[in-house]
Design a protein around this ligand. Structure first.
Ligand code: IPE
Ligand code: IPE
Ligand code: MG
Length: 239
């Protein structure tokens, strides 16, 4: 395990490159998603071992519904298997070292997955040291609209005056309202964009890009991210 002088409090990770990883090996894209899910488990565990306060993993975007139905279904099957396995391990009393939460619009997900999600969230709710957010049917713009709607409802009900809406209040209505903003966002796979991830929260995040494909991402890569983060000079507009 790496030793660090500063740890990011919150890390965001865009789990990208599964399809290309599979293609490189002559496998179907789904195999890349399966391997990606294994890496997710390992990196989430490592973050909790390091004592990182929060990690948000981007698993499925509001735009990913544009993919062929067979691929979307295969990804949903992987979520289902992952949640089933967590439940099985939990009943075997194997501790999951972190609290897990799902962020995004759950209303479009298959009902059985939503109920597995709720069970998993409740079971891990007491593990406060590390929060692992999994963003599923998540879009940064969709999240901002969701927050705006909540505030509009409060205003329409006479419980909120427009001039009471501040950045702090707005932030509390995002899905990560009780967490600090991500200090660093990791985008593997060579793409240099955020693809609608944590649009509100990333205003001052350090960005870390790499050509490594997500299924090849290792604990050593995360160590490198944190070492690079230690050297970043964050000014937040100051000097
Ligand atoms: C990320 O990997 C997983 C999801 C978006 C669900 P991709 O499936 O986007 O992999 P590439 O970008 O095609 O390699
Ligand atoms: C971003 O990856 C979404 C997730 C990793 C869940 P994409 O592969 O969907 O992003 P684009 O399409 O290359 O921007
Ligand atoms: Mg991709």
């Amino acid at each position: 395990m790496g030793t660090f002088s500063v740890l990011p409090r919150h890390i965001g990770i865009i789990m990208d490159g599964n399809g290309r990883w599979a293609k490189q090996r002559g496998l179907v894209r789904t195999e890349g998603h399966k391997q990606g899910a294994k890496v997710f488990r390992d990196i989430a565990t490592y973050c909790s071992e390091l004592g990182i306060e929060a990690v948000t993993f981007y698993a499925f975007s509001t735009e990913n519904w544009r993919r062929p139905e067979t691929e979307v279904d295969a990804i949903m099957d992987i979520f289902r298997d992952f949640l089933d396995e967590l439940e099985r391990r939990e009943s075997e009393n194997e501790e999951m070292g972190f609290r897990i939460r799902f962020i995004g619009d759950m209303s479009r997900l298959p009902a059985d997955i939503v109920s597995l999600i709720r069970i998993t969230e409740q079971r891990s709710a007491d593990k406060r040291r590390t929060t692992v957010n999994v963003a599923v049917n998540y879009g940064g713009r969709q999240e901002i609209v969701h927050a705006a709607r909540e505030l509009a409802e409060l205003a329409a009900a006479g419980k909120l005056q427009p001039d009471e809406i501040t950045e702090e209040l707005f932030a509390r209505h995002t899905y990560t309202g009780d967490l600090p903003d991500p200090d660093v966002i990791i985008r593997p796979s060579g793409e240099l964009r955020l693809s609608n991830f944590l649009t509100w929260q990333s205003a001052y995040s350090e960005l870390w890009f790499s050509d490594v494909l997500w299924p090849d991402f290792t604990r050593a890569d995360l160590d490198q991210v944190i070492h690079d983060f230690e050297k970043r000079n964050r000014r937040f507009g100051g000097v």
